[in-house]
Ligand binder design. Sequence first.
Ligand SMILES: *Cc1c(COP(=O)(O)O)cnc(C)c1O
Length: 375
Amino acid sequence: MKKIQMVDLQSQYQKIKDVVNTSIEEVLNSSAYINGPYVKEFQADLEKYLDVKHVIPCANGTDALQIAMMGLGLKPGDEVITVDFTFAATVEVIGLLQLTPILVDVEIDTFNINIEALRKAITPKTKAIVPVHLFGQCANMEAILEVAKEHNLFVIEDNAQAIGANYTFADGTVKKAGTIGHVGTTSFFPSKNLGCYGDGGAIFTNDDELAHTLRGIVNHGMYKRYYHDVVGVNSRLDSIQAAILKAKLPNLDNYCEARRKAAEFYSNAFKNNENIVTPVISAFTTHVFHQYTLRITNGKRNELHQHLLDNNIPNAIYYPVPLHAQKAYKDERYNEDNFKVTNQLIDEVISLPMHTELDTEQLEFISQTVLNFLN
Ligand SMILES: *Cc1c(COP(=O)(O)O)cnc(C)c1O
């Protein structure tokens, strides 16, 4: 059996090696390393794939969030609501910009933002909501947009984990994750569903004016060379990464499908075990399984984690500490009663190997090893 990895980027690369290598060589021969033609071409390809008016490439997914918040004109003291259960980048940039992060609880089944908790967290100072499409499926965007409209709030989708997922509105309209709110962000970190071979990110919007503002901010606040109209940052997607992403984008739907198939295999294997809760998929979204995350309900999650490691099966706890309990983000206003679900999830969740190259032999071995331990 091929060695099991949490993410197998090497095997994936072997299948697209020719086109990727040729593209990289073209960049090297052109020596247009920054803002070369590949950046524009990838931008246009992604706009088409997402059916969104503007893609603004940038250096990484964390910058994408920060630049989105800068572009919306959020000011120190403005409250920004996001989830307690996500990767820290989401709340980090809120802190960096001296905005006030307001963390709320998530749903026990989808791990995404709880709409009741969101409603309760709104104050006169609230300016924006940042739903995170965690592990590969969309948060309840229709409800979020409704709350945002009622209270005149911006919606910034953190779509680092769900690029390629579809969201279906009650009226049947289908949109790509990340293109539903005022602005969406993503990451091309190597292990993400559309990953480059270094750091990369992008911002999406259908708002022409906001897109213009964002394009200046990513480039030192310049709208005309050496004229700095606003305080910006230096956050670019380099040409080599753009070339790799352009080569990989045509495979994204197949990659999502391979992940879905692996998830289906796992969920079938685990469906009759009463100690395992398999991922629940909301009716309004497809799931692209950035992670395949189980809840282990008999209190043996940590033992399972060790048992899998003993059998050379990598696995991970995403996330072991909720953000409200992290040293950097503690706030005396937080009340533990408001984080019942995240406090439960940190003890129950475990993510199994999930990538585009898992074969049946590996999936069988992983599932059997889990079941042998929990039966
Ligand atoms: C990966 C990730 C980010 C940050 O992306 P980087 O490219 O690593 O900066 C932000 N939010 C979420 C939810 C992520 O998973």
